[in-house]
Design a protein around this ligand. Sequence first.
Ligand code: ADP
Length: 280
Amino acid sequence: MPYAHKVTPGKKAKLGDYSPNADDGLNKDEGKKRFAKLNAELDLMQEELYAAGKHSVLLVLQGMDTSGKDGTIRSVLLNLNPQGVRVESFKVPTEEELAHDFLWRIHKVTPRKGEFGVFNRSHYEDVLVVRVHELVSKDVWKARYEQINQFEALLAASGTIIIKAFLHISQDEQEKRLLEREQDVTKAWKLSAGDWRERGYWDAYMEAYEDALTRCSTDIAPWYIIPANKKWFRNLAVSEVLVDILRGYRDTWHETLDAMSKARLTELQEYRASLAKPAK
Ligand code: ADP
């Protein structure tokens, strides 16, 4: 059984069916060992992705406050070559961003071919926080699910491999993490009264997440529910999804890289041969 739960396209995602506490019966040491193995493979595949320059990867990370979006980025991408990684965080839109369509700021920063892009929050905020707080009218946010699907289809058609991960924590775990931040002076900078305020809307967020996961899990851009109460398991589950999906592209990357190697060797041989010829 895979560690993460793929939301089957066309099927209703019910978060209550998945325990945020899940660990697949592993202990932390075993989990970390498995994670290290997957991480090494991911590292290798990123090099191939970068060198082949045929596809881009877009990992979308969503989750409630403290669900571990930053931690996932730090841990899972730890060994990747920073030259080929692009992390984008999406905050409250600026006045300029709000004066455009909601995908304007997103499309500008999608990863180019060869790049491994990560979205820390994303265009999904426009059907999550925006819906929960009624920042636009219902008909506007309702139309966005299909607009998002079309947008992601466009990205996929241009070679973007899209992987979307919802970091699933429980309400209790969130409270524990928020309280920990208060007690640890070195982490207090992360505190925000807003996090406690948003917590009050937990049920509305879960409903909004279920809808987003249900309506926008597609064959070309599936959603994965990641049990995220245990940080080590969350890292393991995200890595496994990434590695599993990217493995499917390795053959085409190898073909491209082989062709590139042959072309470079031929070029070099021709150059050497031209040096060996006597000048006329
Ligand atoms: P984070 O919690 O991601 O570490 P912040 O504390 O700055 O970073 O939070 C970013 C905030 O921006 C979140 O509360 C999020 O809901 C909000 N946000 C992101 N995108 C939008 C959007 N499109 N509309 C309104 N708010 C948004």
